[in-house]
Design a protein around this ligand. Structure first.
Ligand SMILES: Nc1ncnc2c1ncn2[C@@H]1O[C@H](COP(=O)(O)OP(=O)(O)OP(=O)(O)O)[C@@H](O)[C@H]1O
Ligand SMILES: [Mg+2]
Length: 237
């Protein structure tokens, strides 16, 4: 079953901005998808629909076959645990250590202390930060903070990881470290959907690329690049 399906989705914000226009696409389980497009193309809007932070104006969004528009409010926390989210600006809680940032969501659920310790330990291990677990965000580099944020996104064991410009604030080397972590997570079976402006990363990874422009999908190709390859005729001209 596809883990994500958009069916003729339109999104118009209350101020009249038409952010998404007739978006239809599917993401099979285990896929790695780059979402590209100029600023304002609608990438973050699409991400917000996936966790029902926003609702479509028209059309349907399915996650794990569940139509989000019909999802009762009390099921939202469950949905949001199934979808790991990573942002450009990490969004860590400054007064909590790396460990506590990752543990926080499990504590809220009232998970037993031993379970929390095991799962947080595993998540920090995946991102290679087990040894920095007691540091506070201000004591970590941007790349390390992003790794904590990825561990936090992983701690519920989501089958879908959605990252909105996760390397946007990082230097190229650190960005690659983050990509390697995302690739490992994908190789472990999780589906990854990543919005990015990072052309080098998209071009070297050669994964599926869904390109948006002014709210429409203008390209959806497997093993693709940031920009569509110019047709041979254009190169000759
Ligand atoms: N809450 C909102 N209310 C009104 N308009 C919005 C809102 N959020 C986004 N928009 C508008 O919707 C359009 C799509 O924005 P969105 O943030 O989805 O683009 P994006 O592709 O993520 O851009 P960027 O690459 O800069 O992050 C833009 O015109 C933006 O101004
Ligand atoms: Mg955005």
């Amino acid at each position: 079953m596809d883990i994500v399906s958009f069916r003729h989705v339109w999104k118009r914000y209350p101020n009249g901005t038409e952010a998404l226009r007739d978006i239809t696409f599917d993401v099979p389980e285990g896929d790695f998808v780059f979402l590209v497009g100029p600023s304002g193309a609608g990438k973050s809007s699409l991400v917000r629909l996936l966790i029902r932070e926003e609702r479509p104006t028209r059309g349907e969004v399915y996650v794990h076959g569940l139509e989000l528009g019909e999802l009762p409010r009390h099921r939202l926390p469950h949905l949001r645990r199934q979808v790991g989210l990573v942002f450009q600006d990490y969004k860590l809680l400054p007064r909590l250590s790396a460990y506590e940032n990752v543990a926080f969501a499990l504590r809220v659920l009232g998970e037993p202390r031993r379970t929390i310790a095991r799962r947080v330990g595993e998540a920090l291990e995946v991102v290679g930060l087990a040894h920095e677990r007691d540091r506070y965000p201000c004591e970590l580099s941007g790349g390390e903070q992003q790794r904590v944020a990825i561990a936090r996104a992983l701690v519920h064991g989501p089958r879908l990881l959605v990252a909105d410009e996760p390397t946007g604030n990082l230097d190229p080397g650190t960005a690659w470290e983050i990509m390697q972590i995302l690739m490992r997570i994908n190789a472990g079976g999780a589906t990854v959907l990543m919005a990015t402006h990072n052309r080098d990363i998209v071009d070297s990874m050669r994964r599926r690329v869904v390109a948006l422009d002014a709210g429409r999908i203008v390209r959806d190709c497997p093993h693709s690049t940031y920009h569509e390859a110019a047709p041979a005729s254009a190169l000759r001209a």
